[in-house]
Ligand binder design. Structure first.
Ligand SMILES: [Zn+2]
Length: 57
């Protein structure tokens, strides 16, 4: 095994290791997350790099 680690910053999370939660308005959303129709997702570990912040080329 060589130590040629060809890695680059994860393009999905930009090296932050997590995906920021986002809020968006969905007119058809019937849930009750908020009372103004916004649907929010929580921060989550980046699925592309599995939380490492880098990906192998
Ligand atoms: Zn990532």
């Amino acid at each position: 095994m060589s130590q040629q680690a060809n890695t680059s910053v994860c393009p999905t999370c930009q090296g932050k290791k997590v995906i920021d939660g986002v809020c968006e308005t969905s007119g058809e959303w019937q849930g009750n997350d908020t009372d103004d129709g916004q649907v929010c997702t929580p921060d989550q570990t980046c699925p592309t790099c599995n939380g490492s912040g880098v990906v192998e080329d």
